[in-house]
Design a protein around this ligand. Structure first.
Ligand code: ADP
Length: 400
C-alpha cells in the first residue's frame, strides 16, 4: 500500500509518499507560503536532486492538487496514476479527550476535530484545511487522522489534573494533554525493538528535544506522564518558549503588558534559549556563545540541561525505576556535548555513560556503558513513518 502523509501548518504543507511494502520513502516535499506572495514547492524524488518551483498557491487545496500532480509527473513523480494511492494519513495536533488513537476519517471525526479547535486554535484549523482539501480532491480515497495528543491519553488523573478548582477541568477541559505523542510512542517502541525486549516489561523515559521539547514517562508501553501540558509551553525551556514558570510570573507580566496576547508572545516566542541567552533560539549558537564566554548563554544551556535531568529523575521516581532513557529530535539526536552534560553525574540512579559511543549523530545507538543499569539510547524519530503505519493499520482494520 502506498500512503501519502500530510502535515499541514497554517501556511505550509509537508508531505511524504511512503511505500509500505518495505517502508520506503518514494518522495517528499514542502510547500511554503501558502496564501502569501512568493509561495513555492520543494519536491524530492528519492534518488534525485530536489526541485524547487515558485508557484502561486492561494490556498491548501491548490497546494494539494499540485502535490498530487507532481506525484504522477513522468519525470519527478513516483506513481503512474493516483489509483495507486492507498490512503492519506494526516497529522492532527490536538485530539482533546475524544481521540485516544488514530482513526479513519468520517464526518463525525471531522466534527470532533472541529470541536477541539478552542484547545489548539492555531494548529487544528490548519490541519483541518489539509484534511478537507484532500477529501475534496480525492473523494474516493480513505483518510486517517493521527493525533499528537493521543499517545498521552493513558495518563492517570494524578498526572493530568492541574491543582486548580476541578470545575475548570469539567467545564473548560483545562488539563494536561501532552504533545509530540507520535514521536514519543515511535521511539519508545523502537527502543524496545532494538533492545530485543517486550515494551510491556520496560520503564522508559523518552526525551524529544528540538525547537519544541517534551519528556514522557512510558511504563509498559503506556504514557503515564509528560512534561507538556494543556498547551505546548509547559515543561522544559525550549528554543523560544519559557517552559515552567510560577503563576506569579504570568500575573506580573499580565499586569505589566496589559493583554494576554502580548504575554503569550513573550512566553512562547521571546523566551527560552533565545530570551535567556539573548543570542539565539538554536542550541548550537548558544553552545558556541557559551564556549566563548557569554554568561547568559551558559545560563540558558544549564537551565535546559538541568531541566532534562530533573524530568528523567522525577519520572524514574514516579515509575519506581527506569530501564531506558531515549534521546530524540534535533537536540536529542545531534547534541553530543548536550547529551553528555545531561548524563554526567547520574551514576547515583544507575546511568553509566560511554562518551565514545555518544560521539555520533542521528543514528540508532546505545550510548551507555555495557554495565550501566539504565540503558541510554539515541533513536532518531520518524513521525511520518509512524503516521503511515497507523494509516495502513486503520485502513486495513476497516477493510477499505
Ligand atoms: P522542531 O522542534 O522544529 O522539529 P528539530 O527537532 O529539528 O526542531 O530540532 C531543531 C533544533 O535541534 C535546533 O534548533 C538546534 O537547537 C538543535 N540541534 C540541531 N543540531 C544540533 C547539534 N549538532 N548540536 C546541538 N543542537 C542541535
Amino acid at each position: 500500500m502506498k500512503i501519502l502523509v500530510l502535515n499541514c501548518g497554517s501556511s505550509s504543507l509537508k508531505y511524504q509518499l511512503i511505500d509500505m511494502d518495505g517502508e520506503k520513502v518514494l518522495a517528499k516535499g514542502l510547500v511554503e507560503r501558502i496564501g502569501i506572495e512568493g509561495s513555492r514547492i520543494k519536491h524530492t524524488k528519492t534518488g534525485l536532486d530536489a526541485v524547487t518551483r515558485e508557484v502561486p498557491f492561494p490556498d491548501h487545496s491548490a497546494a494539494i492538487k499540485y502535490v498530487l500532480d507532481i506525484l504522477v509527473d513522468p519525470e519527478f513523480g513516483v506513481l503512474k496514476s493516483l489509483d495507486e494511492l492507498g490512503a492519506t494519513g494526516h497529522r492532527i495536533v490536538h485530539g482533546g479527550e475524544k481521540f485516544t488513537k488514530s482513526v479513519l476519517v468520517t464526518p463525525e471525526v471531522v466534527k470532533g476535530i472541529e470541536e477541539v479547535i478552542p484547545l489548539a486554535p492555531l494548529h487544528n484549523p490548519a490541519n483541518l484545511m489539509g484534511l478537507k482539501a484532500v477529501m475534496d480532491v480525492l473523494p474516493d480515497k480513505p483518510n486517517v487522522v493521527v493525533f499528537d495528543t493521543a499517545f498521552h491519553q493513558t495518563m492517570p488523573p494524578k498526572a493530568y489534573i492541574y491543582g486548580i478548582p476541578y470545575e475548570y477541568y469539567e467545564k473548560d477541559r483545562i488539563r494536561r494533554y501532552g504533545f509530540h505523542g507520535t514521536s514519543h510512542g515511535y521511539v519508545a517502541h523502537r527502543a524496545a525493538e532494538i533492545l530485543g525486549k517486550d515494551i510491556k516489561d520496560l520503564k522508559i523515559v523518552t526525551c524529544h528535544l528540538g525547537n519544541g521539547s517534551s519528556i514522557t514517562a512510558v511504563d509498559g508501553g503506556k504514557c503515564v506522564d509528560t512534561s507538556m501540558g494543556m498547551g505546548t509551553g509547559e515543561g522544559l525551556l525550549m528554543g523560544t518558549r519559557s517552559g515552567n514558570v510560577d503563576p506569579l510570573v504570568m500575573i506580573t507580566l499580565m499586569e505589566k503588558l496589559g493583554d494576554a496576547e502580548k504575554v503569550s508572545e513573550v512566553v512562547h516566542k521571546k523566551s527560552g534559549l533565545l530570551g535567556v541567552s539573548g543570542v539565539s533560539s538554536d542550541l548550537r549558537d548558544v553552545e558556541e556563545a557559551a564556549e566563548k564566554g557569554c554568561e547568559r548563554s551558559k545560563i540558558a544551556q544549564d537551565i535546559l540541561i538541568t531541566g532534562v535531568k530533573k524530568y528523567i529523575a522525577s519520572y524514574a521516581a514516579e515509575m519506581g525505576g527506569v530501564d531506558v532513557v531515549v534521546f530524540t529530535a534535533g537536540i536529542g539526536e545531534n547534541g553530543i556535548t548536550f547529551r553528555e552534560a545531561v548524563c554526567k553525574d547520574m551514576e547515583f540512579m544507575g546511568i553509566k555513560f560511554d562518551a565514545e559511543k555518544n560521539n555520533c549523530r542521528g543514528k540508532e545507538v546505545v550510548i551507555s556503558a555495557p554495565d550501566s543499569k539504565v540503558t541510554v539510547m539515541v533513536v532518531p524519530t520518524d513521525e511520518e513513518m509512524a503516521i503511515a503505519r497507523d494509516t495502513k493499520k486503520c485502513v486495513e482494520e476497516a477493510g477499505k
